[in-house]
Write a protein that binds this ligand. Sequence first.
Ligand code: PEP
Ligand code: MN
Length: 267
Amino acid sequence: MTVREVKVGNVVFGGDRTVLIAGPCAVEGLQMLQTVAGAARAGGADMLRGGAFKPRTSPYSFQGLGVEGYRMLDKVRREQGMPVVSEVMAVDQIEPALEYIDMFQIGARNMHNFTLLSAVGRAGVPVLLKRGFMATVEEWLMAAEYVVKEGNEQVVLCERGIRTFEPWTRATLDISSVPLVRGMGGYPVVVDPCHSSGRRDLLEPLSLAAIGAGADGLMLEVHPDPDKALSDGGQSLSVVDFEAIADKVHRLDEWIREHINSDTIER
Ligand code: PEP
Ligand code: MN
C-alpha cells in the first residue's frame, strides 16, 4: 500500500525527507521551551513537541502546565516558524488546543479511548496516534480508523514501544510494526525511541534502526539540562546530542533513499 502524505503546516510526513520532531517531554516554562526550540531548529528539527497535559503514572508527579503550556507552544511556534504537536488527554482539551496546536497527540494510555479518538477525528486537525503499550498492531490500526471514520485522514502513527518481559529498557521498540503499519494501513509512521527505551544511551542506535526500517520520522525528547528535567530526563537528549543524532539520521536517510531499492523499503 502506498503511504499517504500528511501535511502539518510546511512539514510533510510520508514525503521525501525524514521528519524530526524534537522538544521537551513537558513544557516546563517559556524560557526552556525557547532554548530547546531554537537549538532544535538550528540542529535540523522540523517540528516542536512538548506536553502541556501530562499523563503521569503518579498523580503526585508534575502534571504539566495545562492551557498555559499550550500558549507557550503557540508563542514559540510563531517565533521559530515551526509547527507544534502536543497531547490532548481529554475531549474538553480539544477546544483550547485548536487555537494553539498544529497536531494533536493521542498518548499511549489513550489509544483505546474511542470517544477521544472520534472527537479528534471531528476536530479535523492532524493527529499523531501513539501505540498503546499493550496494543497489538491491529488494535492500533483500528484506533486510527476511529479518527478516519469521522472524515479526518490526517493521521500519523507513532511507535513508542510495547511492554514485554525485558526489564533493562522501559518498553521494547517493536521495529517490525514500522513496515507493518505502513504496508497494511498506508499511514506514515514516526518512531519514538525515548519512551521505547527510557535510556539516553540507546537513542542513537534506535533512531538509526528506525530509519533503516522505513520510518517516516522520529520523535525525540530534548531538554536544555536533561538531568534536571521535571519528567523523563533519563531518556532526554541534550541539545548537542540531539544535533549529533539529527545529522546521522539525515545522512542515513539520504543514503537509503539514494541507494536502497524502493521495492524493499517503500518510501
Ligand atoms: C509523550 O510522548 O509525552 C508520552 C507521554 O508518551 P506515551 O504516551 O507514548 O507514553
Ligand atoms: Mn516523556
